[in-house]
Write a protein that binds this ligand. Structure first.
Ligand SMILES: N[C@@H](CCC(=O)N[C@@H](CS)C(=O)NCC(=O)O)C(=O)O
Length: 202
């Protein structure tokens, strides 16, 4: 398996899941602006969508879409307990969280990062995020992780997205449960490994 990633981008989520699952995979950094991989390959030929993450399977097939990639990785090592088995109601709860994160949070950040987005649009996107964070903060009031006591792939994704608030000057201190959640996940040894591998911490 080989994961194509850009440091700190949404590809950090499958990177964390690889570490948490104890799966040794190759990784290759992508320059997302120039669409070139570290070894000089044209990234459009790897993923014609031009986005990270992309996971090359041992069969050579390319799997894209972060919420799907994390499920595939977690299913390679069920003993790691990163995702409930397909068919169990809890599996669909995890998918519910992945879908919420991708559609209600992840995609709000892109236009805020983009320098050419009008300020009024950025302000509205931040307002929308803040509303979602108000709700999320309540969800995390009495549990360590989205599914309760157990860290799952949904946490790897939500954590990755919440890290971006620092880049858009949204202070998570306003949402104490979210702040504690991010700090809790940052402290996980395997998360530290993924952050180190992407050059995000020393
Ligand atoms: N639907 C895709 C979106 C992936 C995505 O937004 N990737 C961003 C980084 S977080 C990216 O590569 N952006 C560069 C671009 O779109 O040119 C997924 O969930 O995997």
């Amino acid at each position: 398996m080989k994961l194509y990633f850009a440091p700190g981008a949404c590809s950090l989520s499958p990177h964390i899941v690889l570490e948490e699952a104890g799966i040794a995979a190759e990784t290759e950094q992508v320059n997302n602006q120039e669409k070139k991989t570290k070894s000089g390959k044209d990234y459009w030929t790897v993923n014609p969508k031009g986005q990270v993450p992309a996971l090359q399977l041992d069969s050579g097939e390319m799997l894209t879409e972060g919420p799907v990639i994390v499920q595939w990785i977690a299913d390679q090592n069920p003993a790691a307990g990163l995702i409930p088995p397909a068919g169990k109601p809890e599996r669909y709860r995890v998918q519910e969280w992945l879908n919420f994160t991708t559609s209600e949070l992840h995609k709000s950040f892109g236009p805020i990062f983009r320098p050419t987005t009008p300020d009024a649009y950025k302000a509205i996107s931040k307002e929308n995020l803040a509303k979602r964070f108000d709700w999320l903060d309540k969800q995390l009031a009495s549990k360590s992780y989205l599914m309760g006591d157990k860290f799952t792939v949904a946490d790897a994704y939500l954590y990755t997205v919440l890290r971006w608030t620092a880049r858009i000057e949204m202070d998570l201190a306003k949402w104490p449960n979210l702040k504690a959640y991010v700090d809790r996940i940052t402290a996980r040894p395997k998360v530290q490994e993924a952050l180190k591998a992407e050059g995000l911490v020393k």
